[in-house]
Design a protein around this ligand. Structure first.
Ligand code: SF4
Ligand code: NI
Ligand code: NI
Length: 707
């Protein structure tokens, strides 16, 4: 058929191109020259996942070209032709990898970012499982009319869809004023069609990172991407055979392709469809992938979308600022008797933002509800940050009495005022917390004296009382722990056990959050675990935990401890904030955060350490966890606790220092414990790290062998 001819034409062209490029590269640089994408533990991910081959040097590539060619049967059969599409994906991956042989940063002078590092994929785990990012779009080609693609991309952006751009559409979106960047969920990859590999490997690495895919198991890989990665492709403009064969590769991975040219009878329903009316492109694409968008229609004059969360408002674009540095500020959600709350009443006491400049602000949200508990106040309050940020032209940082809110000139001119902030809070609270909140009233105060008074008499005492409550919340003081299985959509056999002293490894789910989730969605991802059947206090082993985890993971995990890194450690999904790994030379552990790009004394980067565990698999000696867990008295307490920590990246160490030092003082009487912990500004080399630890008299050196 015309279609299979096109696919094979493209695949064969790419195969020829790849073979030539590999031979040229070997002739030029030598077969021993290293080939690798930056900041990944998965080699050339498509080849690694599909075949198990770990490409490390140019000399490894000719064999891969052989495999690639074997995928192209040239048989008149659509299934066979889709395999040829996979060959194109492999070819594109090799061609892109060769760019990284020629230059360390081949995308330096491009409007695209090229290869997407592992830590970014891990950071996308939570927003994808919560549906905050409802899908992933690949927009490729060059539209006949710039405005067509601009409208489509802005529509995806407003829906929170993560959109990757490949080809001339990048320049068209820049021209059309689309705000771009990872945070804004529109990501330009590169101009050449081979750059599409950089989104393909994102999907493929998701399978390796979260899905515990066994490299070389191609059918399992294809099943994972089809069932669990909600991606689809839109092409704009004329399509050539290479684009069609790349599209075939996408279809093989389970990603439907919508083209804007008329393919007539060559369409494949559900997989390859023509939509020539651009106003229907988004709707059709979402339908094909069965992505449902929850629309929150808000009565405000600016856009409201998760994609605007990362928006930065510079001082020069700023109309009004509420900043704790300049004026008193606070945000407070308080449980109030029902008869003292007037539902949906929004009041501004003091001047609104018309005059601009610096203002004080107290945001007081009164909530009433039969099922409302004081413990949920902080859960709701923390969401104010995201909701205010979702407004286009509004930037919010911080929480409680330490905040900064900026309103842009454009948002002000569009008519945005404080009562709209109130509408956002009211509507979002009633939407997300409707099972505990029956009535909600919002009041803003902007006079400095009044805000100061509220701060002194109401807000600070409430924050302090909550902190006392949190400090008194220990694993010993409660009767129940909670499961969290939110990440199972990506990591099917993973289950977090959340306790007061051990939050979920993503850092986003505390025991209070889990408790609130259970109340809000009784059959949802967080279920209580009765704290009974303790068989080992030291490791935190409970028969009841084992039983519930076994059920929650459909039998995949049946023994898990709460406090050990070595004995049945908790599993990891892949989206953990930090990884803890044994450092044998010093008899201790390193703790590394996702943002850290450098080397560690274990000889592994964060990405490489992270790849040791994940996908719900237990790997003694390696464990993902939240940042906040580091200063917990329960942190690997079975192995001796935090005094095992010998090395952390400086940024992480500084961030947790106050709390970590406090715990060390309480547990072991050590002052300024973090001064004993090495970091990359001191040493990364095992020997030098050991010298530093010896000089400081680090406790790990004289403890029992960790393994
Ligand atoms: Fe995923 Fe665990 Fe966080 Fe739940 S607590 S969202 S399962 S990482
Ligand atoms: Ni914003
Ligand atoms: Ni996760």
């Amino acid at each position: 058929s015309v279609l299979t001819d096109l696919i094979y034409g493209g695949s064969n062209a790419v195969a020829g191109l790849t073979e030539g490029a590999v031979n040229d590269a070997i002739a030029k640089h030598g077969a021993d020259t290293k080939v690798a994408f930056p900041d990944t533990a998965y080699f050339l991910p498509t080849i690694y996942a599909a075949t198990g081959v770990k490409v490390k040097t140019l000399g490894d590539l000719p064999a891969c070209v052989g495999v690639l060619k074997s995928l192209i049967s040239n048989k008149e059969d659509l299934g066979e032709a889709l395999n040829a599409g996979l060959a194109t994906a492999v070819g594109a991956e090799i061609l892109e990898a060769l760019k990284y042989v020629e230059s360390e940063n081949p995308y330096e002078n491009e409007a695209g970012i090229g290869f997407v590092p592992d830590p970014i994929i891990r950071s996308l785990g939570v927003p994808l499982v919560t549906g905050d990012i409802p899908g992933v779009a690949v927009v490729l080609g060059k539209a006949d009319q710039t405005e067509d693609v601009v409208k489509v991309v802005k529509d995806y952006q407003s829906k929170g869809i993560m959109t990757f751009l490949v080809g001339g559409v990048i320049d068209q979106c820049i021209e059309g004023g689309v705000k771009m960047g990872l945070e804004l969920r529109v990501i330009p990859l590169g101009h050449e069609v081979t750059a599409v590999t950089h989104v393909v490997t994102v999907a493929i690495r998701a399978a390796l990172i979260f899905g515990a895919l066994e490299p070389g198991n191609l059918p399992a890989l294809l099943a994972y991407t089809k069932d669990r990665v909600p991606a689809f492709v839109n092409t704009f403009g004329e399509i050539d055979s290479v684009v069609v064969s790349a599209g075939a590769g996408a279809i093989a991975l389970g990603f439907p392709v919508v083209v804007d040219v008329d393919l007539g009878e060559n369409q494949v329903p559900g997989a390859l469809e023509s939509v020539t009316d651009h106003t229907m492109t988004v709707k059709k694409s979402l339908e094909l992938r069965n992505i449902k968008i929850k629309v929150t229609e808000l009565p405000i004059p600016v856009a409201f979308a998760a994609a605007f969360e990362g928006e930065i408002i510079r001082r020069s674009d700023m109309h009004t600022e509420f900043s704790s540095h300049a004026n008193p500020t606070c945000e407070l959600v308080c449980t109030t008797p029902a008869d003292e709350v007037e539902d949906h009443k929004i009041t501004v006491v003091g001047q609104d933002i018309d005059a601009g400049g610096e203002l004080a602000l107290a945001t007081i949200v009164k909530v009433a509800g039969e099922k409302m508990q004081a413990d949920f106040e902080s859960v709701i309050e923390r969401k104010i940050h995201a909701w205010f940020n979702y407004m286009e032209g509004v930037m919010h940082t911080g929480q409680r009495n330490l905040i900064r809110i900026r309103v842009s000139n454009a948002a002000y001119e569009a008519g945005l005022r404080l009562n709209h902030f109130g509408e956002v809070l009211y509507n979002m609270i009633m939407d997300e917390f409707d099972s505990v909140v029956d009535k909600c009233e919002v009041t803003f105060y902007t006079e400095a004296d009044k805000v100061q008074e509220i701060l002194d008499t109401k807000a600070m005492p409430t924050y302090n009382a909550r902190d006392d409550r949190l400090a008194s919340l220990t694993d010993e003081s409660v009767d129940e722990f909670y499961t969290c299985i939110l990440c199972q959509s990506f990591a099917p056999s993973h289950c977090c056990v959340v306790t007061p002293e051990r939050l979920g490894l993503c850092g986003a789910v505390s025991w209070l959050d889990a408790k609130a989730t259970k109340e809000l969605t009784p059959t949802g991802p967080c279920q209580p675990i009765k704290k009974i059947g303790c068989t080992d206090e030291r490791t935190g082993a409970y028969t009841e935990v084992n039983k519930v985890v076994e059920q929650a993971t459909q039998g995949a995990v049946n023994q898990v401890t709460l406090y050990s890194l070595i004995e049945d450690p908790m599993t990891s999904c892949g989206c953990f904030e930090c990884i803890c790994g044994v450092e044998p030379a010093s008899n201790g552990v390193v703790v590394v955060n996702r943002e850290y790009k450098g080397m560690t004394p274990t000889g592994m980067t964060f990405g490489e350490l992270a790849s040791m565990t994940g996908g719900g698999v237990q790997t003694p000696g390696f464990m993902g966890h939240g940042r906040h867990f580091i200063a917990s008295k329960k942190f690997i307490s079975a192995e001796g606790g935090i005094q095992r920590i010998v090395w952390m990246p400086k940024e992480l160490k500084d961030d947790v220092a106050d709390r970590l030092n406090k715990t060390a003082k309480e547990l072991y009487g050590i002052d300024n414990f973090t001064d004993m912990i090495c970091d990359e500004t001191i040493a990364c080399d095992t020997e030098e790290v050991l010298n530093f630890l010896t000089e400081k008299g680090h406790p790990a050196l004289t403890m029992d062998p960790i393994m």
